[in-house]
Design a protein around this ligand. Structure first.
Ligand SMILES: [Mn+2]
Length: 331
């Protein structure tokens, strides 16, 4: 593993930096991406944030509008990937890795494939944006409020608003530091979690109405088809958050949401672990994806039944290997 000092030295030596993150960008992907590009510019580095063809979810547009380009621009560049567990999940334009003079990988996914020439991977970091901040500290950057706000978006979303098990003392300390720099948590909350479109609520209703529990209630899943999106009049990112409700069900160890892609040719599968007794990133890897032990996903061109078979098998393997903590008296 490399150090932030090595990353900083490579960035200082580069003509310019292109920052990228993962497909279907979430709050940490976007916060890390925009915070890194903005912070690097504060360090005097020619940096741009790039997302090719990935629609930014509605709740993050206030952060991303005007800050993200769809192409890498002219000339040689160093590539900085943030919050990307694998080169396959990069949301950059085709050839963005091959075209780079150097690839740097700064990430907190424990199953990171170490695809960079320089890799700084910390599976214990609550979010990638805290790692971006460590890099910016190494470069001697004084964070301004917009950059701090972008980094805070990564922190507040990846920790589930300071409620998931990755909400460490370091997470709170990072939040305190960013708040002292002028980040307004209440305003960020309103931007991220209020002003919800009605279509999103209708889509959640459809997903939850079709909820299925299997394996003595250890596995719960919901399936969303294109017909559901059309009937709810909901955009793609409206499915976000359904899985948190499914995961919270009593006794559920693995929650899954399977959603048909807009072209109808494939499915995106989100997985969450209830107590952490099942490593859902292992299930996701068996489907060609990856992630964190408690939050992972994969894309598949298989049908729903084949995907469910893979998920059931994954849950069963872990049931055999580990004694799942069952809530007393429930079964
Ligand atoms: Mn992340």
């Amino acid at each position: 593993m490399s150090t932030y000092a090595e990353v900083a030295a490579a960035i200082r030596a580069a003509p310019r930096v292109v920052v990228i993150s993962h497909e279907n960008p979430d709050g940490d992907a976007l916060g890390s991406l925009i915070g890194a590009a903005g912070g690097l510019r504060l360090a005097g580095v020619d940096a741009r944030a790039v997302i090719a063809d990935a629609p930014v979810p509605r709740e993050y547009r206030w952060l991303a509008d005007g800050e993200v380009q769809t192409d890498v621009g002219e000339g040689a560049y160093l590539l900085l990937a943030v919050d990307c567990g694998s080169e396959r999940r990069i949301a950059g334009p085709a050839g963005v890795i091959d075209g780079a003079s150097v690839v740097i990988n700064v990430d907190h996914h424990h199953d990171n494939t170490l695809f960079g020439a320089i890799n700084v991977v910390d599976g214990g970091a609550p979010c990638a944006s805290i790692m971006v901040c460590e890099l910016l500290d190494e470069l001697g950057v004084s964070l301004d409020r917009p950059t701090a706000t972008a980094l805070y978006v990564g922190l507040v979303t990846d920790t589930g608003r300071f409620q998931y098990s990755n909400t460490t003392p370091a997470a709170f300390a990072f939040g305190a530091r960013l708040t002292a720099l002028g980040v307004e948590p209440g305003a960020v909350f309103a931007r991220l979690y209020e002003g919800v479109p009605a279509g999103r609520v209708r889509l959640h209703g459809r997903a939850l109405a079709g909820l299925v529990l299997e394996l003595d209630g250890l596995l719960a899943y919901a399936v969303l088809t294109r017909a559901d999106f059309a009937a709810a009049d909901a955009e793609e990112s409206a499915a976000d958050g359904v899985i948190e409700t499914v995961r919270a069900i009593e006794g559920v160890e693995v929650a899954a949401v399977i959603r048909e892609t807009p072209d109808g040719a494939a499915h995106k599968v989100s997985l969450r672990s209830g107590s952490g007794a099942v490593d859902v990133s292992a299930i996701a890897r068996s489907g060609g994806g990856g992630g964190h032990p408690r939050a992972a996903g994969f894309a598949s061109d298989r049908g729903v039944e084949a995907i469910l078979a893979l998920v059931r098998e994954g849950v069963s393997v872990h049931r055999r290997r580990a004694t799942l903590p069952l809530a007393p008296g429930t079964r």
